[in-house]
Unconditional design. Structure first.
Length: 425
């Protein structure tokens, strides 16, 4: 993460303020503005952790804050330590420590061994502005707490940021959920990350999720999640990327298309290509339609690119889909509270019936296709090439980017859909 000091602002400051709260150096208003209260909390944290007390969050302070970014601490076992004592010291539980450290024998701790100790708060925050760094911290924290939750990458973005994946379960019913093809729809990212956390926690505890035993779900299905397809665009929209060559190039693109506010109206990847118009499903028709609207070059939204799958993010999603071979896909977007289930006549026979179930679970409307001509989207490609159910789920109402305060309500409406999507095919 970038260095932070008095006057800094943005998602990194929100995460810093949350981490300081988690570490017991609050209370702080989590407003993304590094003011006097935040500087004071940073200085107190530095003093307690024997760091240079300058009120500036550089590499050393970020390293010291890492447990409160990720939700766990690495502990080196010392003489006299016990699982119970470590749980008490860090506010954790013996069950959480044993889950995070498979194979450890509580009665025979080895001096010098490294233990993961989960901290007493959820990894995935509820109401925060997101950045690609926060996605990475959540992936790291979830895979540390729940070793049966496998993390990986589908590829990299234009700027080299990982397209993180999470995989849960080992059943034959393979489903693929992904979010944030569009940069200013970043509120969909925590929907998938929070679902991963709650499903993993329920499975570990032998509990149900939305009325179904979580452990049985993971025996029946394998769920692959891609929480942020467009990390560069996310950082641009939320303000984590606000200088440098990539930012200047994006600003120049936006100046050619003033109809799109900058950066809030940015949907594309950092090169100005709309990733959900990159798939080989009547791509030429999408190009003709967007060109007729005047979108003929890189733009904040709606530019289809020079050909299908030219962009590394779309190419990575296509390759992951081909490798994983899902029986059903969910594509998360953020406008309209509607579920789209159709592309031309490619949808399989049970696609509408499944879509009706999803509509009942979420309270969203079910629609065949958007009013405007639609093609070249991820869902369209899945329906056309795989002939399997694929859905675009549009969460929330308002103007993108939706505010972080909308997240709790959005998540509660979508968790049952996410649960049962792994069971219905």
């Amino acid at each position: 993460m970038r260095s932070l000091a008095f006057g800094s602002s943005g998602p990194a400051v929100e995460l810093l303020q949350l981490a300081l709260q988690r570490a017991g150096f609050g209370p702080l208003e989590i407003d993304g503005v590094f003011g006097a209260a935040t500087r004071g909390a940073v200085s107190r944290f530095q003093a307690v952790n024997r760091l240079a007390v300058d009120g500036i969050v550089g590499p050393a302070t970020h390293r010291a804050l890492l447990p409160w970014y990720t939700g766990y601490v690495n502990v080196r076992v010392r003489r006299g330590d016990s699982i119970w004592a470590l749980a008490r010291l860090y506010g954790s539980s013996t069950e959480a420590i044993l889950l995070a450290n498979p194979g450890v024998q509580p009665e025979n701790l080895q001096i010098g061994a490294s233990l993961i100790v989960p901290l007493p708060f959820p990894v995935v925050p509820a109401e925060l502005t997101w950045s690609s760094a926060l996605v990475g911290y959540c992936v790291q924290g979830l895979s540390a707490r729940y070793p049966f939750l496998l993390s990986g990458t589908a590829g990299k973005s234009v700027l080299g940021k990982p397209l993180w994946t999470l995989r849960l379960g080992q059943g034959g019913n393979r489903v693929l959920y992904h979010a944030e093809h569009h940069a200013n729809e970043w509120i969909t990212t925590p929907v998938l990350l929070r679902f991963a956390e709650e499903l993993a926690a329920a499975a570990a505890a032998g509990e149900e999720l939305d009325g179904f035993p979580a452990g049985e779900l993971l025996d029946y299905a394998t769920i692959c999640l891609v929480p942020a397809v467009n990390p560069d665009g996310m950082d641009l929209v939320t303000g984590e990327l606000r200088s440098g060559e990539a930012w200047r190039a994006a600003r120049a693109i936006a100046e050619r298309y003033p109809r799109f506010p900058f950066p809030d109206g940015w949907k594309a990847n950092i090169r100005g290509v709309d990733l959900n118009l990159q798939y080989p499903a009547e791509w030429e028709q999408a190009r003709a339609y967007k060109y007729a609207l005047g979108i003929t070059s890189p733009a904040p939204a709606d530019f289809v690119g020079q050909a299908p799958l030219t962009e590394p993010e779309a190419r990575a999603m296509a390759e992951l889909t081909e490798r994983f071979d899902p029986a059903l896909t969910l594509s998360y977007h953020s406008q309209g509270e509607v579920i789209y289930w159709q592309f031309r006549d490619y949808a399989p026979e049970n696609a509408r019936q499944i879509g009706e179930l999803f509509a009942r679970l979420s309270g969203y409307a079910l629609a065949g296709a958007p009013d405007a001509p639609s093609s070249a989207g991820y869902k369209d490609w899945v329906l056309q090439d795989f002939r399997r159910p694929g859905y675009t789920v549009e969460v929330g109402l308002g103007v993108n980017p939706l505010p972080a305060r909308d997240f709790p309500a959005i998540y509660q409406r979508n968790r049952p859909l996410l649960t049962y999507a792994a069971l219905v095919t």
